[in-house]
Design a binder for this molecule. Structure first.
Ligand SMILES: C[S@@+](CC[C@H](N)C(=O)[O-])C[C@H]1O[C@@H](n2cnc3c(N)ncnc32)[C@H](O)[C@@H]1O
Length: 274
């Protein structure tokens, strides 16, 4: 390849990444970005193949995930986490976080909470970059008992040794999975929970608003509602297990993380959040 072509392709890649970073919340496709940069989808694809760590779609999804993770650190979620810790019985508290992202929701609260010394946690997150950031945030906050693992949170195996949990965080997950998988996950939660465990969850309220369905699903699975807060564009729920926990079973699939960009492309384009 001629050096000029290589430089041009690199320039195209850098410009595309910049555009994704600035306009991730809008409707973006390979075709639109290529056209904006007066190139072609094929050329742009080649630029990503040559210089990127993934495809254009991976880049866009990763940027939107970062934005969603930032939204997830909203005070409403942290307030529920804080309240759950305040309510915890004296002694050790075991926590797990599914699809933990950078761990803002838990680490942010633990850092300044009087029960921090009692809490042992496992954060499960697939993205290596997020796990590195979560690990360093935990270290910086002096939270030696917060373990961050790069693993598939959709399989119960990921929680072996870290359950039964007193606190289960399911933030930024329900907007990325199907309604059937929401029900499946909630029905298996008693296998991960300690008696009277608290589960904190979020879901966007864009139509069809599934939060009423999720609240009912929790009730059917034996959870009472402690709180449900409208925190636009999200609903934040806190539920407590009222029935006896079920035995832990490894090898169970809870959900398939499809991604809200696939599940709700219109909402995704306009909001950029889960
Ligand atoms: C919307 S973010 C949630 C962020 C996080 N709960 C918070 O409050 O910061 C969804 C996260 O799920 C992660 N993820 C997607 N599929 C996963 C899987 N199968 N196992 C673990 N993490 C996954 C993504 O990498 C992303 O960080």
């Amino acid at each position: 390849m001629r050096p000029g072509t290589l430089a041009e392709r690199r320039r195209l890649y850098v410009l595309a990444r910049l555009l994704v970073k600035r306009r991730y919340a809008q409707h973006l496709t390979l075709k639109i970005v290529a056209k904006t940069l007066t190139s072609s989808p094929r050329q742009l694809q080649r630029a990503y193949e040559q210089f990127g760590r993934g495809t254009f779609r991976d880049d866009l999804l990763a940027r939107r995930m970062i934005a969603a993770a930032e939204l997830m650190s909203k005070p409403s979620i942290q307030a529920q986490v804080r309240a759950a810790l305040d309510r915890s019985a004296p002694g050790s508290v075991q926590a797990i976080s599914m699809c933990a992202g950078q761990g803002h929701d838990l680490i942010g609260v633990l850092a300044g909470h009087p029960r921090r010394v009692d809490v042992t946690a496992r954060l499960v997150e697939l993205d290596e970059h997020n796990t590195l950031l979560a690990r360093s945030a935990a270290k910086e906050a002096g939270l030696g008992a917060v373990e961050v693992v790069a693993a598939d949170a959709s399989m119960t195996d990921a929680y072996e040794g870290a359950v039964p949990a007193d606190l289960v965080l399911l933030c930024g997950v329900f907007g990325n999975i199907s309604a059937e998988d929401i029900a499946n996950t909630v029905s298996h939660l008693p296998r991960l929970c300690a008696p009277h465990a608290t589960v904190i969850w979020t879901r966007h309220r864009h139509p069809p608003d599934l939060t009423p369905y999720i609240r009912e699903t929790f009730e059917r699975a034996g959870f009472g509602e402690l709180a449900f807060e409208d925190s636009p564009p999200f609903g934040v729920g806190a539920n407590r297990l009222l029935t006896p926990p079920l035995p832990f079973t490894s090898g169970l699939r809870l959900f398939e993380f499809i991604g809200y960009d696939v599940l709700q492309p219109d909402f995704h384009a306009s909001q950029g959040g889960t």
